[in-house]
Design a binder for this molecule. Structure first.
Ligand code: GYE
Length: 376
């Protein structure tokens, strides 16, 4: 009887052990699957996008984000918007790589994402040229590339899936048209001396905004470009470049055309340090500042006329990009080029609209309320 009981106890112990082992094994098999889900490391190409849902019930998509850097307030708002939209909660696994303003870093990131076999690549290119080879590699790997903000210039227009961004030439044209209309409303007919701070050379934003000024200079014989220099879209560089220009041209400078808000901050700082006033009263000797982006701080400066006009460039790409990715996932084909609609702000009453190629564009009168509601 004793022997029988001992046997029963032993059997029970064995049973408990076996159950424990089995459940541990279960866990082990679960772990990689869990990790995979968490990292979203499924390899869905463009065509099998719908299948990816079946492969991964959570539908997590791996997105490789090739960033430019953090040179400006605009860029910081842009990066944040993408990061927030492609969150885990929304079903994405976002891998971000900072290009630190260098195309070679961006190329490296592209190749890393291709090796990782991510589902989609978001490319925010620092410059327009030089992307053909790496885009071809992505294409061969079956990874759709969505380019946004700045453009790429490729021999094959289908080298990337789609582009969404601003019409930088139109932005520049609106800024120049505003200056023309403003001068007209003030019946200003004298010579007008302009200096120009350019953004990162070869970037779409620089190319478009510079080209618009060139067109306006050709149209307005009295506009005189004293000098133009790159200032990398940063406050620090603009401060330095503007200080040099002030040393060289002093009182002659009447207008500074800054290709983004951060460069306007730098320029304003140097102008004030040189003992000059920023504003729109040219007769009084003000330096009139023109800027692009319209981030909150620039709008605050515009409200007190320190910036005369600021042409908007919208950085909130996150929700737009998730929409495109979802379209692609459903197997739909988005437009090859998508332009974002933008505004223009000034606290100066006149002009209330500007004409570009026969089309009227509203100039929004800046108010405290607009600034308070600004998301960035
Ligand atoms: O204007 C500037 C940024 O590409 C539109 O880059 C973007 C520009 C923006 O650094 O502030």
């Amino acid at each position: 009887m004793k022997g029988f009981r001992r046997c029963l106890v032993l059997l029970l112990v064995l049973l408990v052990c076996l159950t424990a082992c089995a459940s541990a094994e279960d866990k082990n098999t679960e772990t990689p699957a869990e990790t995979e889900k968490e990292t979203g490391s499924i390899s869905a190409g463009p065509e099998d996008g719908v299948d990816s849902v079946a492969v991964n019930p959570k539908g997590t998509l791996t997105i490789g984000f090739v960033m430019i850097g953090s040179e400006s307030d605009w860029r910081i708002a842009c990066n944040r918007s993408v990061e927030e939209a492609f969150s885990r909660e929304n079903g994405y696994y976002l891998v971000m790589r900072d290009g630190q303003q260098k195309q070679e870093n961006q190329m490296k990131a592209m190749r890393e994402f291709i090796d990782m076999d991510v589902d989609y690549i978001l490319l925010n290119p620092v410059a327009e040229n030089g992307w053909d080879a790496v885009l071809q590699e992505a294409r061969e790997a079956g990874i759709p590339v969505v380019v946004f903000d700045r453009k790429v210039r490729t021999a094959d227009p289908d080298a990337y899936t789609t582009w969404i961004g601003s019409d930088f030439l139109l932005e520049g044209r609106r800024a120049c048209a505003w200056l023309e209309a403003f001068l007209e409303s003030r019946q200003y007919q004298d010579r007008l001396n302009i200096v120009h701070l350019q953004g990162t050379m070869e970037s779409s934003a620089q190319i478009g905004r510079t080209r618009a000024l060139d067109e306006a200079l050709r149209r307005n014989r009295r506009w005189n470009l004293l000098e133009r220099k790159p200032a990398e879209f940063t406050t620090a560089k603009a401060k330095e470049v503007m200080a040099d220009m002030l040393k060289l041209y002093g009182e002659r400078i009447q207008v500074v055309y800054c290709e983004n808000d951060n460069m306007a901050y730098g320029a304003i700082d140097s102008i004030e340090r040189a003992g000059r006033n920023v504003g729109a009263n040219l007769e009084r000797g003000d330096v009139l500042v023109i800027s692009f982006d319209a981030v909150r701080h620039a709008m605050e400066l515009a409200l007190k006329d320190d910036i005369a006009v600021v042409t908007e460039c919208d950085p909130l790409y996150g929700p737009r990009l998730t929409q495109i990715i979802q379209q692609l996932k459903r197997g739909e084909v988005p437009d090859h080029e998508i332009y974002v609609k933008e505004a223009q702000f000034s606290a100066i009453w006149e002009p209330s609209q500007v004409m570009v190629n026969g089309i009227a564009h509203k100039v929004t009168k800046l108010t405290e309320e607009i600034i308070e509601n600004r998301a960035y």
